[in-house]
Design a protein around this ligand. Sequence first.
Ligand SMILES: Cc1cc2nc3c(=O)[nH]c(=O)nc-3n(C[C@H](O)[C@H](O)[C@H](O)COP(=O)(O)OP(=O)(O)OC[C@H]3O[C@@H](n4cnc5c(N)ncnc54)[C@H](O)[C@@H]3O)c2cc1C
Length: 384
Amino acid sequence: MDFSYSDEQKLLRDEIVRFAQQELNEGIAQRDREQIFAPELWLKCGEMKLPGLPVPEEYGGGGLDALSTAIALEAFGYGCHDGGLAFSLAAHLLACVIPIWKFGSEEQKHKYLPGLCNGKIIAVNAMSEPDSGSDAFAMRTRAVATPDGLGFRINGTKTFSSNGPVADLAVTFALTDPEKGYHGGVTTFLVEKGTPGFRSSKKWDKMGLRTSPIGELVYEDVYVPASQVLGKVGAGSTQFTHSMDWERACLVACHVGTMERLLEKAIRQARTRKQFGQTIGKFQAVAHRIADMKISLEAARLLIYKAAWGLERSRMVAIDAAIAKVFGSEALVQTALNTVQIFGGYGFMTEYEVERALRDAIGSTIYSGTSEMQRNIIARWLGL
Ligand SMILES: Cc1cc2nc3c(=O)[nH]c(=O)nc-3n(C[C@H](O)[C@H](O)[C@H](O)COP(=O)(O)OP(=O)(O)OC[C@H]3O[C@@H](n4cnc5c(N)ncnc54)[C@H](O)[C@@H]3O)c2cc1C
């Protein structure tokens, strides 16, 4: 077992950190305050092929293996202080680009992947609905085949759709056979912005990830030709589950980068802030808090690398991805909370950019399946 980075992985990491630090962080406090999504930054990320890291080069992607993709996203989470942008980009890549790459027809891949990888097309994964979140497959959105058999009509409403308000393409999950449900009754459709009857409605105001636009999508008798079915009719559950393995394993890699940045910030503060005539890091209570942050960071990184490695190799990836997701997201929240505590009153103030990290972190134990649902997956794998 080799725990070292290859020369290529080191270069990749350095290049992404430098890019993110130089290009993505200016004006973030204002964008966060005003909930502004920055399309120009998205396009810059596209020039770096970040929205298509593991997609083969023939489709315009970066051609990375899954583990290198996780390492790249970790570097992105470290260098990019805009948690909303990082989240939006990772959700686009892992929950939309991955299923199109893995399950799309050659025609669909050539049509969409180049734009999805270079930032010209933004995608949204439309699964959750107002009445079905954790129980996602209890969805109400229906797609009914037209009598001529040439297409489908979709009706329903999706919510909490990340990138929904700005997306050009919606990877949409709908019931095509309610009786079969999860087992062959769900189909994935590629619905383009501008398709009659399809619109983005409400945009949510949020506690964190405020630069990531999240909204509701409405489908009113939306006609899509059969060519917009991703893969086969009835394959939606498998496609969704596969993309969630990628999302759980790799989105948390971004968190590891963020945790490392917060740890460094906390150490700097503990070494410079003085109270009672000494730096606060000399108080064991503060030093141990920082030691715990380091332990969480290292453990999360190993779990995530193992899960990401398994994406292309292991039949156990679902449990490994769930373990990485629940541990990595809870570690992120605790790390952000610890950093605020170490900064004292300054940590509570917007100017120090620590409270934003905490607000951005909270959603991580909810999206891509809540912590409770990850523990359910782990328990099921253990035969419970
Ligand atoms: C920032 C953010 C971005 C998101 N982006 C997207 C997106 O791009 N696309 C998309 O489709 N969805 C997205 N979501 C939605 C997300 O997937 C759901 O919020 C999540 O699955 C939980 O569903 P819910 O909100 O309906 O909560 P519910 O399912 O109603 O859960 C409420 C509570 O009950 C618990 N609970 C429910 N069922 C069980 C159970 N069986 N066992 C134990 N506890 C249970 C949950 O863990 C939770 O604590 C996003 C959410 C957030 C916060």
